[in-house]
Write a protein that binds this ligand. Structure first.
Ligand SMILES: [Fe+2]
Length: 467
């Protein structure tokens, strides 16, 4: 009996030490075990890639916000055989009267590929908080969809955003979209943090995989806006095959209302939506001092009126804080440039992708370092955002598994499983974030936290000041 007790005490002691080690290392490295097989892209004849029936039927229909306030929608689609109609018919639910808006058509060539007719049409001056139906196509091959405009921007407007990154078009990608669609906390708008189709992983960047991806996401993106951030897989820079213009397929296919926020490039822009102000940045465009992106962001951040839109959210592709081995420190140079502003302007949360895994940081900053003072370690900072890496959409490159050890103290939770996130804004002070792993039931949150608004909370000023 005594021996048994001694053994138990020993195990208890080891457990205590291990427990302490985990606490002292800061965050949690999840022990969840999943299937580590590499994902394959769904075959071209998969039902999710089905071409809609009818001659020249509009396909790859998707929408995004079309102005700065949320009263506009950009409707985009592709017709394969001929230009067809440029017109979108739209009408409010319960309205007999059909409005129309005319768009324009683009086409591009990429190596030996020629795109279909890519249509973009901006619908303006819609009513807030209203369901609209819309119709694209002509003659017998029209297709109808619907969307709901957001409420007028305001401080206490509840709204839910989905978060997906690095999606690709594998069976795992399909599971991620399905889990997002079936999540009982219905996402009303999707924030996409870059790396869309992964067409560039194919020989000659086979752009037919941009088309299949457009057909795959239509079931969600035709009904709710997907807000775009460009990733490295959107670059499609391939001088060896004569393709020297970065972002060519992406910028032809996915339009954003960048001029409405004073941006000079579709690769960075901002929108207001309900109680959120969303800034999408480009990790793969110049962001150093004096560059167009830098100058835009410098003017943009002071413009945010937290009384109107309390939640300040930044999207980018390459994370500024990442404790996985893969892509380690790739976001460091942008962090050096922009992190002081994120702290100064009290950004609530920064979402990124790129790393094919999930990670959430503590509220930390690392802005005191000035090359001689030796202060090169992130510190707790109540003015700092939470950084969330959500690059676990499920593309053909698979998950990253290598983590830096021990887990840095700035890393609160990390796990390499596929999934999506939901940011559920309740009011001007509280929002709930949940991370949903694909293997779980639709309502299960594998990680979650309450976000307290950085502007509308009475916490102490930045701890950096005390240094
Ligand atoms: Fe990436």
């Amino acid at each position: 009996m005594e021996v048994r007790w001694g053994c138990f005490a020993g195990v208890f002691l080891v457990g205590l030490i291990l427990g302490f080690a985990e606490i002292s290392s800061g965050g949690i490295t999840s022990s969840y075990v999943r299937n580590a097989n590499l994902s394959l892209d769904m075959p071209l004849d998969s039902d999710v890639f089905r071409v809609p029936p009818g001659y020249n039927a509009p396909q790859q229909v998707h929408i995004t916000q079309g102005d700065h306030e949320g009263k506009g929608v950009i409707v985009s689609w592709v017709t394969p055989d001929e230009p067809g109609s440029k017109t979108v018919l739209y009408w409010a639910e319960n309205s007999e009267f059909k409005n129309s808006a005319d768009g324009f058509i683009l086409k591009y060539k990429y190596f030996n590929y020629t795109s279909g007719y890519i249509h973009h049409c901006t619908i303006k001056d819609l009513e807030f908080d209203t369901k609209y139906y819309y119709e694209v196509g002509i003659g017998n091959t029209t297709r109808q969809f619907w969307f709901i405009t957001p409420p007028r921007p305001g401080p206490d407007v509840p709204y839910t955003f989905g978060l997906i990154g690095d999606l690709g078009q594998t069976h795992d990608s399909n599971r991620t979209v399905t889990h997002y669609e079936l999540n009982p906390t219905k996402g009303q708008t999707l924030l996409f943090v870059g790396d869309l189709s992964y067409a560039d992983d194919y020989p000659f960047h086979d752009n037919t995989r941009w088309d299949t991806w457009g057909r795959f996401i239509e079931r969600s993106a035709a009904y709710q806006p997907w807000i775009w951030t460009a990733g490295n897989h959107e670059l499609d820079f391939a001088p060896q095959i004569g393709e020297r213009k970065p972002f060519k397929p992406y910028t032809h296919r996915y339009h954003v209302p960048y001029r409405a926020s004073g941006s000079t490039s579709p690769l960075w822009h901002s929108i207001k939506r309900a109680s959120a102000y969303i800034i999408a940045l480009s990790s793969y465009s110049a962001y150093g001092k004096y560059t167009p992106q830098y100058k835009w962001l410098e003017k943009e951040l002071p413009k945010v009126n937290r009384t109107e839109t309390p939640w300040l959210i930044v999207l980018m592709h390459s994370p500024m804080y990442n404790s996985y081995v893969h892509h380690y420190m790739e976001g460091e140079t942008m962090r050096v440039m922009y992190e002081p502003w994120f702290v100064e302007y009290k950004v609530d949360v920064v979402f990124a992708g790129h790393v094919h895994a999930y990670e959430r940081s503590e509220r930390i900053s690392n802005i005191a370092y000035n090359i001689v003072n030796g202060l090169c370690t992130p510190i707790r900072d109540q003015s700092a955002p939470v950084y969330i890496t959500i690059g676990d959409g499920g593309n053909l490159e698979g998950l990253v598994t290598g983590m830096t050890e021990p887990q840095p103290s700035y890393s609160a939770f990390r796990e390499h499983s596929f999934g999506h996130g939901i940011l559920d804004i309740k009011n001007k002070t509280h929002a709930h974030f949940g991370w949903h792993r694909n293997q779980d039931g639709y309502a299960v949150e594998a990680d979650s936290l309450w976000l307290h608004n950085r502007y509308w909370n009475s916490f102490k000023a930045s701890s950096v000041a005390a240094l």
